[in-house]
Each structure stands twice: as C-alpha cells, then as structure tokens.
Design a protein around this ligand. Sequence first.
Ligand code: FAD
Length: 149
Amino acid sequence: MHFAPLISGWSNRFTICTNGPDDLTDAQRQEIRRHQVPMYDSPIRSIDSNDGIVQQVVLNDGTIIPCRGIFFKPELVTGSDLPRAMGCDITETGMVVVDEFGKTNVPGVYSAGDAASRLYQAIAAAAMGAFTAAAINNELNMEAWGRSG
Ligand SMILES: Cc1cc2nc3c(=O)[nH]c(=O)nc-3n(C[C@H](O)[C@H](O)[C@H](O)COP(=O)(O)OP(=O)(O)OC[C@H]3O[C@@H](n4cnc5c(N)ncnc54)[C@H](O)[C@@H]3O)c2cc1C
C-alpha cells in the first residue's frame, strides 16, 4: 500500500494490480478510491513487451491495461544464515540488529548494508559500511593499544 503515495510523486496516471486476493483493509481501499487510482484484483495472465519495453498487462478476466512501465513489490529475503548461525539478534523481518556503528550483540561481529537495514539502496549500504568499517578499525586499534601498554 505504501507504494501508492510513493508512485503518485512520479506520475498521476498509474493503476494498481493486486494479482489476485490481497490483504488491503477497507480503509485502504477507500483511500485508493478517494485518490481515483484504478485497481484490478484479477490475477495477472501476462505482461507483454516489445523489444524489451513493456506494452501492456493482461489479466485473467480479459482486462488489458496498456502501460509504459511497471513497479512491483519483490519479496526480499536475507541471502545468508551466517549472522543467525553466529548468534546475532535478528528482527522479525530478518534484519540483523545493530547499533549506529553496525555492532551486533555478538562481541567482534558487525553487520552493515542490506543485511542490517531496510532501505535497500546502494549508497545507504555503502554509507553504513563506512561507519561500520570505522568502528571496526577503532575497536581493533583500541585492542592493540591495550595490549601494547
Ligand atoms: C533488482 C535490484 C535492483 C536494485 N536497484 C537499485 C538501484 O537502482 N539503486 C540502489 O541504490 N539500489 C538498488 N538495489 C539495492 C542494492 O543493490 C543494495 O542495496 C546493495 O547492493 C546492498 O549492498 P550490500 O553490500 O549490503 O549487499 P549485497 O550487494 O547483496 O552484497 C552482499 C554480498 O555478500 C555475499 N555473501 C552472502 N553470503 C555470504 C557468505 N556466507 N560468505 C561470503 N559472502 C557472502 C553475496 O554473494 C554478496 O556479494 C537493487 C537491488 C536489486 C535486487
């Protein structure tokens, strides 16, 4: 549902296809109607393209929706069980729990990027990685400093 306001910032002409039964609440349906966004709940039969450019979406009930682009909601899953296997706390949505410097609950284990954030953007992952790298470097230097003194 949060896609609708997001996409309305880019275009005032878009259609929602739920691809079959959905879990929208009555209030959310009313909200979509209020914004006059067309919505179809018939399952999608095909997405037709020409030279790699989408042309139309065809629904099982025969409806044809001409379009020039498609946004879809992917189901994102964590690519590795390593953090869980190492004993890191994981949120209900599968994210590694970290502090602002990428530190997990397991001493010496850090996490950054998509594994520990829900933003899923390269620049955000890189920024988080930079913070985390600085924190790791600091921890290693402090350890070495402590050993040598
Ligand atoms: C289809 C798609 C389109 C996207 N488009 C954009 C976009 O337009 N703009 C944007 O900013 N972001 C986009 N993103 C998101 C962006 O790709 C991610 O936010 C970013 O790559 C996250 O970087 P990361 O280093 O956290 O994770 P990843 O890039 O996923 O890197 C994790 C790496 O760890 C490796 N790995 C996993 N398990 C292990 C293991 N056990 N041992 C060793 N290595 C392991 C993986 O092979 C992978 O190479 C897109 C993502 C997808 C899937």
